[in-house]
Design a binder for this molecule. Sequence first.
Ligand code: GRF
Length: 202
Amino acid sequence: RRIAILISGRGSNMVSLIEAASAADFPADIALVLSNRPDAGGLERARQAGIEALSIDHKAYSTRESFEEALDAALSERGIDFICLAGFMRVLTPWFVERWAGRMVNIHPSLLPLFRGTHTHQRALEEGVLVHGCTVHFVVPELDAGPIVAQAVVPVVPGDTEDTLATRVLAQEHTLYPQALRLICEGRARLDGGKVVFADVW
Ligand code: GRF
């Protein structure tokens, strides 16, 4: 598979995917990093790792659709067949999502279906949950609602702030996302009738 990672910011999950994929036995190549923000720190980190890094500034397009057409064209030109969203902060239209159905995953910093959307750590603290975590899921048109591929759990501990909790979750994201991508690329986790079917995992 030829994978593109879509980012908007620092790209720490992107780095963990690139590092994992550099192993000789990893079943996919990271062929492109694409950001909707030209100033995303992750772009430079991708280039340093020898990966093509491209920015397509959404502000240069008057509609969501025209931005996504440019995105889609850049992906097809490079023969990309799978997308990992990693801190990509644009909501994608049903058109784009359907086009990449079963071929696009996201990492979300909560135990879905709890805390869809933003500010997940703050909301977890407000709710007083004692466990929190992260989720890798296939992308469907409804935000953060797609079939779940993998989750990791962390404790919420007394004295936690948004930052300490985010840091604990992020450390788990960095191992979870490469594991989930490997499962998918080895055909051990696949979408079937809107659900994820696992094989040779447990
Ligand atoms: C991560 O917490 C990810 O779960 C969320 O956005 C953050 C991106 O961080 N979707 P990074 O850019 O990968 O460092």
